[in-house]
Structure formats: structure tokens, C-alpha cells
Ligand binder design. Structure first.
Ligand SMILES: [Zn+2]
Ligand SMILES: [Zn+2]
Ligand SMILES: [Zn+2]
Length: 251
């Protein structure tokens, strides 16, 4: 199984509309520095699953014949926007797994199109999505009901924790028990800034607390990226910044 990050930016993405800071200017001329809204795909031998769908260009390149389902962390628009176009596809029902948030986003639940939103997940309860993939929802501290996920393969697991400004004791305990080989975690802001999402100091403290061998920061805002130009993370440390297109394997 493979996890490919398709969007590692926050809701503003990078480049930010109308911003001419160094980070946004660089991303405008060099594709490698772009950060699109939260999206990832999980590639298994029997098909693909979207893990959040914040990108609005999915309909242009996503192969519908291999799309087996969608797993949502929460219903903030920057994580579900892509579904608004995809739903009109003339396809058999595609299951959407996510937190039991009765409001959803805008009219997604009243006009679901090809998506079946009935697959609500329960906190801490492992749910087998396919032969190769079991997910364990971990409630996160965020302004809206939001699940992080342990993505468990046959022998290994990875944790995807976006969006959050903290993890409660029960989620933390389960996370430690699962001992994922890597943790991908929200880090939107530079140190001592913002709320509702981790800032760099809080994300680094969390990473140390969890003790995962590898930690990748995602949901990156342009101010954090400006800060990292001046004060990059140590190259030999366990924490690094994710980028769009990055892949991780989970056996
Ligand atoms: Zn900028
Ligand atoms: Zn959010
Ligand atoms: Zn977000």
C-alpha cells in the first residue's frame, strides 16, 4: 500500500492569492514549491481511496475506474471541496467514510450524487476498508469534529493527523500503542502563532511526545514556510516538512 500526498497546504494554499512574499513568488514560478489544499490518495492493489479531497482539480485527472472510496478527516471546506465536482459523475455509489458530523458541508448530504455518506466511523473503532487497509479514527482537537487516522496495512501503520491543535489522552494512548512508522501531522503556523492548528513549536513538542521514528508536517501556511527559509529544520532529525507528491509505503 502506498500513500501519496496530493495537497500539503492549508486552506489558503501556496501561492496565496495576491501575496508576493518570497514563498508565494517562488511557488508561482516553480511547481515543486506549490502546496495545494489537503488531499492524499491511498493506493492499494485493488484500487484507490482519497484521503480528504481539498483539491478542486481532481475531476481533471483522477481515474474513476479505480476509485474505491473516500476517507474524510472532517467537513471543513478545504478538505472536501473536491467532492463538489466529483459527485456529479455517472458512477456506481462510492462510499465516503468519515466522522459522524450531521451538518457535512453545504449541500453535500442533500445532493450527494455518486457519493454514499452513510459510512460514518466511530472514534477508536478499527474499521476494515479493504483487505489491505484498516483505519482507526482518533478524535483530534479542532474547531469541528475531526478524526485523525491510523492507516494500518498488513504489518505496518502510518498516522495522518490533520487538522489539529492537539490530541487528547485517549487518542494519544492509542497512537502510541499502534506505534506507526511515520506520523503526518498538521503544522500550519510558525512558532507561537495561530490557534486551532499546530504551530511549529507545538507540533515539534507533540512529535517528541509521540516518539514516532518519522514525522512529516503538513497543512503548511506561507508564514510557516517563510520562517523555515530562515530557520530550516535539522536535516538529520526525525521531523521534516512534507511536500505535494511525496509518497510513503505501508506494508
Ligand atoms: Zn505568501
Ligand atoms: Zn479544519
Ligand atoms: Zn484544513
Amino acid at each position: 500500500m502506498l500513500i501519496r500526498l496530493l495537497g500539503t497546504g492549508n486552506a489558503a494554499q501556496i501561492p496565496v492569492f495576491g501575496c508576493s512574499c518570497r514563498v508565494c513568488a517562488r511557488a508561482r514560478v516553480d511547481e515543486r514549491y506549490r502546496r495545494r489544499p489537503s488531499s492524499a490518495e491511498i493506493v492499494t492493489s485493488t484500487g484507490r481511496y482519497l484521503l480528504d479531497a481539498g483539491r478542486t482539480d481532481l475531476a481533471e485527472w483522477l481515474d474513476p475506474s479505480v476509485l474505491r472510496g473516500v476517507i474524510l478527516t472532517h467537513y471543513h471546506m478545504d478538505h472536501v471541496e473536491g467532492l463538489f465536482q466529483l459527485r456529479w459523475g455517472p458512477l456506481p455509489a462510492i462510499p465516503v467514510y468519515g466522522p459522524p458530523d450531521e451538518n457535512g458541508a453545504d449541500d453535500l448530504f442533500t445532493h450527494p450524487g455518486c457519493f454514499d455518506f452513510s459510512h460514518q466511523l466511530l472514534p477508536y473503532v478499527p474499521t476494515t476498508i479493504s483487505e489491505e487497509l484498516t483505519v482507526i479514527p482518533l478524535p483530534l482537537r479542532h474547531s469541528r469534529l475531526c478524526f485523525g487516522y491510523v492507516l494500518r496495512g498488513r504489518r505496518e501503520s502510518i498516522a495522518y493527523l490533520s487538522d489539529c491543535d492537539g490530541v487528547g489522552p485517549q487518542s494519544l494512548e492509542q497512537l502510541r500503542r499502534e506505534a506507526p512508522k511515520a506520523v503526518i501531522v498538521d503544522c500550519t503556523y510558525p512558532p507561537d502563532a495561530g490557534r486551532n492548528h499546530f504551530s511549529l513549536d507545538r507540533a515539534l513538542a507533540f512529535a517528541e511526545h509521540v516518539g514516532a521514528p518519522r514525522v512529516y508536517l503538513t497543512h503548511i501556511g506561507h508564514q510557516l514556510e517563510q520562517y523555515l527559509l530562515e530557520a530550516p529544520l535539522p536535516l538529520d532529525g526525525p521531523v521534516s516538512v512534507a511536500c505535494d507528491g511525496m509518497t510513503l509505503t505501508v506494508d
